[in-house]
Structure formats: structure tokens, C-alpha cells
Design a protein around this ligand. Structure first.
Ligand SMILES: Nc1nc2c(c(=O)[nH]1)N[C@H]1C(S)=C(S)[C@@H](COP(=O)(O)O)O[C@H]1N2
Ligand SMILES: [Mo]
Length: 365
């Protein structure tokens, strides 16, 4: 963690409790209960949800996707025209860049995720690039800007939610325009009728309620690009953009929970710990488990992922030495050699902190 900052810059709180603003966000947006890690594809209602402003109500009959900016043939497409294009269905794990934020101190006043801002869905849609290619992307294009229908005020700036992808990333075959989630239409809260899906990148990139795609010949400087989602340690820094998901593993908490503290209670004897692990620079090549709060580690068994950008399943047979209290941890390492740290990686916005999960358990006598 960085040195405590005093006085705290605007937007940070040192309050050990939860502020009114955080509670308002937490009751609108919800996480995936960690027991849902048992499902390879997260049941739709258990997938996490992050909505900056209001969920727009969209009439699919009048909705259009506009493609414009630096293209030779601007286009306007109906939902039926999009659905008639070649389509693919694949499982992709989505994670919010703010996952873990509420475990930092001081912390950004924003959606106070602990660890549950993740989920995997089977998404159905059509590849983005062929559409842009048909529109004729101009030479000199640098960014592709995706704008949603939802509007709000953030950081004093009135805006529609919008994010850009560099052209080189927008070209990648895995980037989709999706209308289906787990075999049904996208529900309103997940972006009906159409959203962008950028596998491997944190969730903010996957713009929901998509309405305009615009090709730009200068770097996009909108609020969600230039102000939010940047890794900085002080407010006057420009910071580094937050992009791909850093590795994380989570376990489905074993045993049964105490209602308020969520401490877990387990009977004596061997216990199979199970969980999932993922990375935007994957695949995940190793998951380790610790039963002593991260002092010693042992290898778990990791399964191949169902698809390139879906999470891996892992398991570990734990034999508690006897009754007592234990702190269970897990950590993932990916193909790029990135490994989860045991200490938080503090930053102003509380982004991409992937320090290890700690699950407090009591093995009963
Ligand atoms: N238009 C729009 N798109 C958006 C958002 C939003 O508020 N508005 N939130 C983003 C963020 S921060 C995340 S993490 C993901 C969440 O997607 P989900 O709610 O389907 O899980 O959507 C992204 N796309
Ligand atoms: Mo997010």
C-alpha cells in the first residue's frame, strides 16, 4: 500500500465503514455470490452487474446501430440486420476493473466491491471487425469509439457512457457485438439490445446499450478514457490506462457460513477446495493454495479453460491438521508469468488490485 495520504484527496475515504454514496451504488449493482463459482457458466441472475447511470429502456423496433466517423461508407443497422450476420456463441469471463476496491485503505468512493465482480456467460453475437471493414475504415484511424445510450453526470461532466479501443485491438477476432446471453436476449441490465464484448479486457470496455460506433483519427479523450479507469497514485498524474485483466483466482468458500461474519465452518477431515482462475494474458498455468494465510503454498490441479477467454476450474484436496482456525488463500500465475501478489497494489481509483483472497475458516472438533 502507498503511504497514507493526508489530507485525503477528493474522491477517497478513510472511513472504515461504508459511506452513503457507496451503499447507494452497492444496492443498485450487485456481485456474483462466490458459491456461484461452482457453475462453469454463471446463471444470468447471479452474474455481477455494473451500471454507472440508469438502465435505459430501449425499443428494439426503432433502435439502430450507427457506424460512422472516419469510414468511407457510414451505416445504420437494425437489430434484425445484425442478427442475420454470421454468429458465434462462446463463454467469456468478464470482471470489473474495480473488483477488490473496498479492500484498499484509503479507498476510492465508488462501487465497493470486495471480490465478487466477476462472472462467465455464454455470449452470442457477431464479430466486430468485418462490419467495420465493410464500412471502410480510413487510413490514419487510431481509435474506435463505442457510445451507449445511457447518460449521466460524472466528475462534473455530463456524458453518454463511451469508451474507445485502439484499432489494433478492435481488429482482433474475439471482439464481438453481442445480443445474446446464456441462450436468451440480453436482459435490460446487461445491455439490451446490443453490447460490445472485448474478451480479456476489464469490463468497462464492453460498452452496453451500444448505439454508435465511430472511427477516430485522433486518440479519444472522453471521460471514461482519459479521467476514469487510469492507474494513478495521485490526482495530478495522467496515469496509465487500465486495459487487460490481471490474473486472479477465487475459491468457492467451503463449508457453511456464519450469517453475519461469513466465517466458514467445516467438519473435520479432508475437504476438496474448488474455484476458478482467469487472466486477460492467459491461459492460467498455475494455481496455488495456502492454508496458513500465505506463508506456505501447494499446487492445485488446474483444468484447461472451455475457451480462450473463459475461466479455468481448479481443485485442491485439503487435509486440515486438526480442529482450529485457518486462513485459506489461493493465487494464480498466467502464461505471461504474472502472479497474484499477497499485498494489495494500492492506487487512487482502486483498479486492478488482484491481491490474494483470504477465506477465514473454523474446522470444528
Ligand atoms: N453503456 C454502459 N456500458 C457499460 C457500463 C455502463 O455503465 N454503461 N459499465 C461498464 C462496466 S464498468 C462494467 S464492469 C461492465 C459490466 O457489465 P455487466 O453489468 O453486464 O456485468 O459493463 C461496462 N459497460
Ligand atoms: Mo467495471
Amino acid at each position: 500500500m502507498a503511504d497514507p495520504i493526508s489530507p485525503l484527496p477528493a474522491g477517497l475515504t478513510g472511513d472504515p465503514g461504508i459511506t452513503r454514496e457507496e451503499l447507494q451504488l452497492a444496492t443498485r449493482n450487485h456481485g456474483m455470490p462466490l458459491e456461484a463459482l461452482r457453475w462453469p457458466v454463471t446463471p444470468t441472475g447471479m452474474h455481477y452487474l455494473l451500471i454507472h447511470y440508469d438502465v435505459p429502456m430501449v425499443d428494439p423496433a426503432t433502435w439502430r446501430l450507427e457506424i460512422g466517423g472516419a469510414v468511407r461508407r457510414p451505416r445504420s443497422l437494425t437489430l434484425d440486420e445484425l442478427r442475420a450476420r454470421p454468429s458465434v456463441t462462446r463463454p467469456v469471463t468478464l470482471e470489473c476493473a474495480g473488483n477488490g476496491r473496498a479492500r484498499l485503505s484509503p479507498r476510492a468512493v465508488s462501487q465497493p466491491w470486495l471480490l465478487e465482480a466477476v462472472g462467465t456467460s455464454a455470449w452470442t453475437g457477431t464479430p466486430l471487425w468485418p462490419l467495420l471493414d465493410e464500412a471502410g475504415v480510413s487510413d490514419g484511424a487510431v481509435d474506435v469509439v463505442f457510445t451507449g445510450l445511457d447518460e449521466g453526470v460524472e466528475g462534473g461532466v455530463e456524458q453518454r457512457y463511451a469508451r474507445a479501443l485502439p484499432v489494433g485491438e478492435a481488429r482482433r477476432g474475439e471482439v464481438l457485438l453481442v445480443w445474446g446471453m446464456n441462450g436468451a436476449d440480453l436482459p435490460p441490465q446487461h445491455g439490451f439490445p446490443l453490447r460490445l464484448l472485448v474478451p480479456g479486457w476489464y469490463g468497462m470496455t464492453s460498452v452496453k446499450w451500444l448505439s454508435v460506433i465511430s472511427v477516430a483519427t485522433t486518440p479519444y479523450r472522453g471521460y471514461q478514457q482519459a479521467r476514469a479507469y487510469r492507474w494513478r497514485s495521485s490526482p495530478d498524474e495522467d496515469g496509465e490506462p487500465v486495459t487487460r485483466i490481471v490474473p486472479r483466482s477465487l475459491m468457492a468458500p467451503p463449508g457453511i457460513p456464519e450469517f453475519l461474519s461469513r466465517r466458514r465452518f467445516l467438519p473435520p477431515g479432508p475437504c476438496e477446495l474448488r474455484g476458478r482462475a482467469w487472466s486477460g494474458t492467459g491461459p492460467v498455468v498455475r494455481v496455488e493454495v495456502s492454508a496458513d494465510g500465505g506463508r506456505t503454498w501447494s499446487d492445485a490441479e488446474v483444468e484447461p479453460a472451455a475457451a480462450e477467454f473463459a475461466w479455468h476450474s481448479w481443485r485442491y484436496r485439503w487435509e486440515p491438521p486438526g480442529p482450529g482456525d485457518y486462513t485459506l488463500c489461493c493465487r494464480a500465475t498466467d502464461a505471461a508469468g504474472r502472479r497474484q501478489p499477497t499485498e494489495p497494489r494500492w492506487n487512487l481509483g482502486g483498479y486492478a488490485d488482484n491481491d490474494v483472497q483470504r477465506v477465514e475458516v473454523t474446522v470444528t472438533a
